[in-house]
Design a protein around this ligand. Structure first.
Ligand SMILES: CC(C)(COP(=O)(O)OP(=O)(O)OC[C@H]1O[C@@H](n2cnc3c(N)ncnc32)[C@H](O)[C@@H]1OP(=O)(O)O)[C@@H](O)C(=O)NCCC(=O)NCCS
Length: 183
């Protein structure tokens, strides 16, 4: 199974989101083995990814998602996707809504905190509502130690949906789901 690709390109003021492809593995593997990136992007147990594991994740997600490479001045700086909701807790709470989720990672750390993540979320959210006619879009499992991620969603009009306490001894004391509805 290869990445299920698409033909959508989203253009913002600075960022261009273009389809993720099977040519992007080298870049993705570098980001997905950077301990600082993984600290924020993953839960407690993940400190590295083999090429095979990582390919499995992206290829699997892409079957139900639009996966993008985020480029700044033609250079890849991050990745993101708009995926059909896959979490039972949310599907059960909103059974009548077409729910999607956004996940994102800026792999080039020197680009953190400059508004790029906020722009990526804005582009994906607009796409979800105008093109996909989704009813609700979520950011899921945002850890309490990741204020940049939480702020980037809230700035785009997302609201706190659920705060979930985490078991003691892990990195996070709680995680947040955030949501924005079409209207
Ligand atoms: C999460 C991520 C995508 C956010 O993108 P970003 O470009 O760094 O964030 P932005 O600059 O767009 O926005 C950051 C917001 O947090 C604030 N912020 C920035 N640095 C911060 C810090 N150290 N502490 C608290 N808030 C901070 C900014 O002020 C901004 O909020 P504002 O618009 O209300 O002022 C990016 O940091 C990243 O990829 N991190 C690693 C992977 C990851 O965490 N993915 C998400 C998993 S849920």
């Amino acid at each position: 199974m290869e990445i299920k690709t698409h033909t959508v390109t989203l253009r913002g003021e600075r960022m261009v989101l273009r389809p993720l492809t099977e040519q992007d593995w080298e870049t993705l593997l570098r980001w997905n083995n950077d301990p600082e990136v993984l600290y924020f992007a993953e839960g407690d147990d993940v400190s590295s990814h083999s090429l095979e594991d990582m390919q499995g994740i992206y290829r699997g997600v892409s079957q139900n998602a639009f996966c993008f490479m985020a480029e700044l001045d033609g250079c890849p700086v991050g990745e993101c996707w708009l995926q059909r909701m896959n979490l039972d807790r949310i599907l059960q709470k909103y059974p009548d809504l077409d729910c999607r989720r956004i996940d994102l990672m800026i792999g080039e750390k020197n680009r953190w905190g400059k508004g790029l993540g906020t722009e990526m979320i804005r582009l994906l959210t607009d796409f979800a509502f105008t093109h996909e006619r989704a009813d609700a879009v979520f950011g899921c499992d945002i850890a309490d130690y990741n204020p940049r991620s939480l702020r980037a969603f809230l700035t785009n009009g997302y609201q706190l949906d659920v705060t979930t306490p985490q078991p003691p001894g892990g990195k996070a004391r709680c995680c947040y789901d955030v949501v924005i509805r079409r209207h």
